[in-house]
Structures are given as structure tokens and as C-alpha cells.
Design a protein around this ligand. Structure first.
Ligand code: NAI
Length: 355
């Protein structure tokens, strides 16, 4: 069993920021990445929290992140724009991009903003939430490295290509839905490997493209809902990559390969001002009503209640922000150590044990 330590958010933030600065990231950027990773862990999305710091530190130290990126918000039409990321730290680039996209969408009613050439951007809900807090609906999607078989295939082609959606609501927190288009994240397979536990045969395939229950045999992840998830991840790849002339499909850079080069990843935001379609107040009241009606649905056997997507993460965020965030002991040991990174990722393939 992995030991867990409880760390207060401020302390975790300070440790992450220090480590990224030690790797060479500018303070303002390290501040933003630390905020993002603490948010992920506080929501219980541990696959995208502090666990990633040694990887980011290694990529920064080896030159695979532009330390002083030349960022530019370029309007390309009445409601379209590209935010040029210059392979800067993805969390930082993405946060600045959504901050530019929000006033643009307020002005135009609808805005489509591509983020071009960036590093890994973490949890998409972090960004779409900002739009909903500004009374906008937002859809975000991004590319990730190829580790998923297309439906019926025995070779990887797409990434776990996530989609997030947010909408404002009258009283409570905005609605925020956020998911990878694979059945399970790679982190869950790693977890099963470490525990030598079987996985359901719906998660992944082996070298021959045959569904496997042995986590050690996994050579590709499966899309959600077969051909439907495959179609969705293709849509994400087209809209967040091909649309901006970026590498697509199996040509998207690998997370662990070429640690000294930028990832050239793409992301897309679609923002909609509901007040251009109905009264904003009515929209937000209707969102409130939907939440209430969903909560009143009779729970199925084995369930305590129906939750709206995003609610359980929000509950964890509120609890952990006060009581402290659970962090694996080995991650904590690294964060408080003098080690900047372990020089372990370069050249590994996506399914390597050490990832
Ligand atoms: P997940 O499977 O944990 O959750 C998916 C959605 O289901 C969430 O909106 C969650 O709130 C909702 N949900 C979970 N349990 C629920 C319940 N009982 N009732 C109602 N709704 C429920 O998420 P997944 O697919 O593992 O993705 C994790 C994160 O990884 C996401 O934040 C995603 O943006 C991020 N990601 C980022 C990538 C990148 O390259 N930047 C690549 C892939 C994923």
C-alpha cells in the first residue's frame, strides 16, 4: 500500500512552485502551474496534480519548454482568434489564452479561439470554469500523445483527447463536465500494475489489439463507447490540431520523447454568451432547476443519490482545501528533497513502467 500524507494547499503550492523554479521556470509561470496542480489534487484528479512535477521539471530542465515564450493573441476574424503559445508551459499558456478569450466572447457573442503550439495543459475544467464564472458557456478540447487504438485497430493512433464543458448557474458553482475520451486514464492502469490487480477487459488492449485484463500487457487504451468515443477523439484531434495546421493523430508528439523539444500541441476553446440567445437570468435559473431536478431523481440500487458531473470534484475541493490534500508519500518526499528531477523520462514510450 502506498503511504499517504496530508498536505495543506498553501504548503503544496509552495513546494511545487519551488521545484519548478529550481528546474528553471520563471516565477510567474511556476506560480500559475502550482495553482493548477494544487487545484487538480484538491478536486481528487491526482493523475494531473503533484504526481506530474518531476516530469515537468525534467522537461523544463532539458529545454522542452520555452522559458520566455513570445505569446500573442491574434484575431483572425470577427469571432475567431489564435493564441500563439510558442511551446511555453501549457498551464500558463492556456490560462492566458482563456483570459483573452473571455472578453473577446463578451464582445462578439461567440468566440472560437485556438491555442497553437503549447506544452501539456493538465485539467481542462480549470480553464472552462473561468469562462462560466464570467457568465459564458465554454467547450474546450485538446490533443494528447498517441496511446489509444482506433475502434477495430491494433495500433495506437489518437491520444486520450479530453473534452470539457461549462455553463453558468444562478446560485451554486457553475456546471463543469470534463473527461478524457478513453474508458480509463493511463494512471489507472499504472495503479493496477503496481497492485498486480486485473483490470476490466473494457479498458485496454494488448499488442495484438485484443482486450486484456492483465495491466502489464497493455499496449493501447480503448476509446469510450467503442466507435462513438473513437469518433469523438477524432473530432477533438481535428478541431484542436488539424484546424491550426498542427501535427495530428499519430504525429502528435509523445509526452516522454524528445524532452528537449517543444510539444507543438493544440487546444480549442468555443465560448458562447447565453445572453445572445435568451435572457441570461432565465438561462441561469433553468440551469439551477436542472440541478435540482437531477438531485431529486430516485437513486438506482447501490447509489446514494444522482450527482451532476463536476459536483463530487467540487465537494472534494471544499473538503481538502480545509482539511489538507492527500499526497503520496514518495511524491511528497521528492517535493521536499533537493532533487530537481530523476532524469527518467527521456525516450520512454507512453506505456513504459516508469511513467
Ligand atoms: P473522470 O472519469 O474522473 O470524470 C469524468 C466526468 O465524470 C467528470 O466530469 C466527473 O465529474 C464526472 N463524474 C464522475 N463520477 C460521477 C458521478 N458519480 N456522477 C456524475 N458525474 C460523475 O475523468 P477522466 O476522464 O479520468 O479525466 C481526468 C482529467 O484528465 C480531466 O480533467 C481531463 O481534462 C484531464 N486530461 C487531460 C489531458 C491533457 O492532455 N491535458 C488528457 C486526458 C485527460
Amino acid at each position: 500500500m502506498t503511504e499517504i500524507v496530508t498536505v495543506m494547499p498553501d504548503e503544496l503550492h509552495r513546494l511545487i512552485k519551488n521545484k519548478l523554479e529550481s528546474a528553471g521556470l520563471r516565477s510567474e509561470q511556476a506560480e500559475e502551474v502550482a495553482k493548477h496542480l494544487v487545484y487538480a489534487d484538491a478536486c481528487g484528479i491526482h493523475s494531473h496534480g503533484a504526481v506530474r512535477v518531476d516530469y515537468y521539471a525534467e522537461r523544463i530542465a532539458k529545454g522542452g519548454i520555452t522559458i520566455d515564450p513570445q505569446l500573442k493573441f491574434e484575431k483572425t476574424g470577427p469571432s475567431s482568434a489564435i493564441f500563439h503559445g510558442d511551446n511555453g508551459m501549457g498551464h500558463y499558456v492556456s490560462k492566458l489564452a482563456i483570459e483573452e478569450a473571455i472578453p473577446f466572447a463578451k464582445e462578439t457573442g461567440v468566440a472560437v479561439v485556438g491555442v497553437s503550439r503549447m506544452g501539456h495543459s493538465g485539467v481542462l475544467s480549470y480553464y472552462v470554469k473561468k469562462a462560466a464564472e464570467n457568465d459564458l458557456i465554454c467547450i474546450a478540447m485538446c490533443q494528447s500523445d498517441p496511446m489509444v487504438v482506433p475502434f477495430g485497430g491494433a495500433e495506437n493512433y489518437y491520444g486520450t483527447n479530453p473534452i470539457a464543458f461549462s455553463a453558468p448557474r444562478k446560485n451554486g458553482h457553475p456546471f463543469v463536465f470534463d473527461m478524457a475520451t478513453t474508458v480509463q486514464a493511463w494512471g489507472k492502469i499504472l495503479d493496477a500494475r503496481s497492485k498486480n490487480q486485473e483490470i476490466p477487459n473494457t479498458w485496454a488492449v494488448d499488442q495484438a489489439g485484443v482486450p486484456t485484463t492483465d495491466p502489464h500487457d497493455v499496449a493501447g487504451l480503448l476509446p469510450i463507447a467503442g466507435p462513438k468515443g473513437y469518433g469523438l477523439m477524432m473530432m477533438v484531434d481535428i478541431l484542436s490540431g488539424m484546424l491550426m495546421g498542427l501535427p495530428f493523430g499519430k504525429h502528435v508528439s509523445s509526452m516522454y520523447d524528445k524532452m528537449n523539444e517543444g510539444r507543438e500541441l493544440g487546444q480549442l476553446y468555443i465560448l458562447i454568451d447565453p445572453s445572445r440567445f435568451t435572457s441570461l437570468e432565465l438561462f441561469k435559473e433553468n440551469m439551477e432547476q436542472t440541478f435540482e431536478e437531477l438531485h431529486q431523481i430516485k437513486p438506482a440500487e447501490g447509489f446514494d443519490q444522482v450527482y451532476v458531473p463536476g459536483e463530487l470534484g467540487q465537494q472534494r475541493y471544499e473538503k481538502y482545501s480545509v482539511e489538507g490534500i492527500p499526497v503520496e508519500q514518495n511524491i511528497y518526499n521528492y517535493l521536499v528533497s533537493e532533487t530537481v528531477h530523476f532524469d527518467k523520462y527521456g525516450g520512454l514510450n507512453a506505456f513504459a513502467e516508469k511513467s
